[in-house]
Design a protein around this ligand. Structure first.
Ligand code: PEP
Ligand code: MN
Length: 337
């Protein structure tokens, strides 16, 4: 349940409301907006069902939430969240682009990619140092050596770093080098990892699972928020369907759905969403037109020799063309790159 306070309610009204909730063993979570304060009630469903708050001074209305997720819901937090990532805002009127290779392979590859994407206006360097590969015989990533390369190449070019975490024991290690922890599609419901990231000090980008519903995805985000880390960015990266022409089916309706259901920013990944580099640019335009807050794009200086995902990686030249279009589509949507 959430309790919406009147714009005219006083501090004393709020104190009485929270005291009443806490006196029956429930806990509260406040969302203080520009217009009004909303109190989220968390705890035993049966106790919540018997809670009568409508008559208390300062209360405008109470809303019973049918979905289990609360902290990430728009009902609880009506205004869009803007996540500050080391000084770079994600959400609101901003359009942010994260770009770089699928995997960190070498210093030369990464420096070349970082320079190319920064020049075109990307704000984040992406690249995996811990790779969740379908086959154990495929390249698994350079681990800490790769993280160091990422940080160095990003710093040389004024970029922030987003990189995947696959193991909760790596939170401190990755946090030393990265600005955002990326939870990959395969780990969306790794609840131990999500709980641990709830205690982490840096933002998390949560990719949608391979066959996750929007509700499952938002509940996964709730795990992170419930632990205390509300700096969450969602990422739509395509889902499994019967279609085989594309690697996944990029579900752009998820952008509109998330905007309705949640206050969290959403980024779209047309690279994994299609698996085909020729389709990345049109789908990036469509994602921006659908209202996303950013894009994550695979860019490799030489896609033909990439150790992973070469087929869906853009050359720097094609990335430049994408950015020019994305800038214009962003402007149409009232968003600045
Ligand atoms: C990636 O970003 O390289 C990646 C592995 O993505 P996903 O988890 O969406 O498959
Ligand atoms: Mn990839």
């Amino acid at each position: 349940m959430i309790i919406v306070m009147k714009p005219t309610s006083t501090k004393e009204d709020l104190a009485r409301v929270t005291q009443k909730i806490e006196s029956v063993g429930l806990s509260t979570h406040l969302s203080v907006g520009k217009e009004r304060t909303i109190v989220g009630v968390i705890g035993d469903k049966k106790i919540i069902a018997n809670l009568e708050m409508n008559m208390m001074p300062g209360v405008e209305k109470t809303v019973r939430i049918t979905e289990k997720y609360k902290l990430v819901s728009r009902e609880f937090h009506p205004e869009d969240s803007v996540i500050d990532v080391a000084g770079v805002p994600i959400g609101g009127k901003n359009l942010v682009v994260m770009a770089g290779p699928c995997s960190v392979e070498s210093t030369e590859q990464l420096e070349e990619a970082a320079e190319a994407v920064a020049k075109c206006g990307a704000k984040f360097l992406r690249g995996g140092a811990f790779k969740p590969r379908t086959s154990p015989y495929d390249f698994q990533g350079l681990a800490e050596q790769g993280l160091k390369m990422l940080r160095t190449a990003a710093d040389h070019n004024g970029l922030k770093v987003v990189t995947e975490i696959v193991d909760k024991d790596d939170i401190d290690l990755i946090g030393t080098y990265a600005d955002i922890y990326q939870v990959g599609a395969r780990n969306m419901q790794n609840f131990q990892l999500l709980k641990a990231l709830g205690k982490a000090k840096k933002p998390v980008m949560l990719k949608r699972g391979l066959s996750a519903t929007i509700s499952e995805w938002l509940n996964a985000a709730e795990y992170i928020a419930a632990g205390g880390n509300e700096n969450i960015i969602l990422c739509e990266r395509g889902i499994r369907t019967y279609e085989t022409f594309t690697r996944n089916t990029l579900d752009l309706s998820a952008v509109a759905a998330v905007k309705e259901l949640s206050h969290l920013p959403i980024v779209v990944d047309p690279s994994h969403g299609t698996g085909r580099w020729e389709m990345v640019r049109p789908m990036a335009r469509a994602a921006v037109a659908a209202g996303c807050d950013g894009l994550i794009i695979e860019v490799h200086p030489h896609p033909e020799v990439a150790l992973s995902d070469g087929d869906q990686s853009l050359t720097p030249k094609n990335f430049k063309a994408l950015m020019e279009e994305v800038r214009q589509f962003g402007a149409l949507m009232g968003k600045t790159l």
